[in-house]
Design a protein around this ligand. Sequence first.
Ligand code: AMP
Length: 299
Amino acid sequence: MAIQLVTTAARLRAESARLLREKGGSSQALVPTMGALHEGHAELARTAVGQNDVVVASIFVNPLQFGEAVDLERYPRTLEADLALLDAAGVDLVFAPDVDEVYPGGEPRVRISAGPMAEKWEGASRPGHFDGALTVVAKLLHYGMPGAAAGTGVPAYRAYFGQKDAQQLALVQRMVADLNFPVEIVPVPTVRSADGLALSSRNRFLSAEEREAALVLSRVLRLIEERANARQPLDLDSARALVESQPLVDLDYFEVVDPRTLEPLAENCRETPFRGEALALIAARVGPVRLIDNVPLDS
Ligand code: AMP
């Protein structure tokens, strides 16, 4: 295995600087993850490797963004397999700190406040989740930031996030813009299994029957996408009814929103073709897990 594992910020800084110098590189990337990696994460990593000289992936299950302790405890941890997947994708360095390295004094007293865009959708059922997620993303973006490499000036710095977590991506983009982080955020399209289910580390908790039922999420998103492409009324209510007819699926929300603000498009846009860009967001509980998915719409 060519990939290197580091667990402290100091080693990360030293090793990434060494790699950048050795390669005479002019760009460095960070791919933040919580581990339990699948093909969706591999796609993020490969995209980063294709666009940058040095690529760091982080693996950190962030206690700050979990509401219930049980959810944090049962989050899958598969470090050996994760390293093999990242190595195959061409990642140079893995930063896998423990909780004390990231939060040496316990939970931080100062945190990022994700603001009004975090109150709806996922934020509504997971209070504090996005404050915790943005706080750790801010820290990880700082850990992964390249220093000036000898002879190359200030390297370009990019970080890769999946469109699968659309609200998280929108919030990270806002944080970086609003707080002037010197990093380019690169979105990567959602990777799905052949039958349409968006890949997620939580899918492993679904029974065969629940997994089959969960396919209704991607199916209704495709339906809305087809209606948008054909400039037909989106008719969200009929699409919602389709989800609600599935007994194993407990729908939380299914909305069409402005991708920049995450505000729902005006009522009449749901019934008539809309103009411009939109995002269809869906979330449902299926058996033991909460699943989210989305599709970008362009009219
Ligand atoms: P996680 O480890 O679940 O926090 O995810 C780490 C990164 O991988 C996030 O930027 C996610 O949006 C991204 N990701 C997770 N699942 C997928 C997927 N199916 N397709 C693309 N990106 C994904």
